[in-house]
Design a protein around this ligand. Structure first.
Ligand code: ADP
Length: 160
């Protein structure tokens, strides 16, 4: 049984992430979507809000679970018994960063492999940063994030 861990910030989850989770869930026996709780970087949404949104958005995928972790991704993956880290690769900008991460992770945990899924063309430009920025400025992110996330973004920016 191959368990894959798909780590990221997911602040908030968007359709590019969901495309990768869905495809990874077809390839691996189990996928753990793992929210990196990086206290140095304060997010727009709290980790528990991100967990809720991700859980709701993936509840139809029976072999997917969502969790959060602090510390090294490889350590978390090992505690989950994972053999694979899943990453999404957008256009060229992601490549250098992901290559660095993958080679460091391989050094830290040689038996853990990183597997890349190419972003769908329609999601090439999508990032949580861009979603937050557009929503903050009052633009529509409909069709780019699940509807529940769209609503949460609206509430979040109305509250500020
Ligand atoms: P971002 O804030 O840039 O959306 P995350 O840290 O939440 O990034 O991303 C988690 C993982 O999902 C990373 O492996 C990232 O490369 C991947 N990812 C992010 N956006 C997309 C997208 N639009 N299509 C495919 N993969 C993506």
């Amino acid at each position: 049984m191959t368990v894959a861990v798909y780590p990221g910030s997911f602040d908030p989850v968007h359709n590019g992430h969901l495309d990768i989770v869905t495809r990874a869930a077809r390839v691996f026996d189990a996928v753990v979507v793992a929210i990196a709780d990086n206290s140095e970087k304060e997010g727009l949404f709290s980790v528990s809000e991100r967990l809720e949104m991700l859980r709701a958005a993936t509840s139809h995928l029976r072999n997917v679970q969502v969790d959060a972790f602090t510390g090294l991704t490889v350590t978390f993956a090992q505690t989950k018994g994972a053999g694979v880290l899943v990453k999404g690769l957008r256009a060229v900008v992601d490549f250098e960063y992901e290559l660095k991460q993958a080679s460091m992770n391989q050094r830290l945990a040689p038996s853990l492999d990183t597997v890349f899924f190419m972003a769908a063309r329609s999601h090439y430009f999508l990032s949580s940063t861009l979603i937050r920025e557009v929503a903050r400025l009052g633009g529509s992110v409909a069709g780019l994030v699940p509807q529940a996330v769209e609503e949460r973004l609206r509430v979040k920016f109305r509250m500020r």
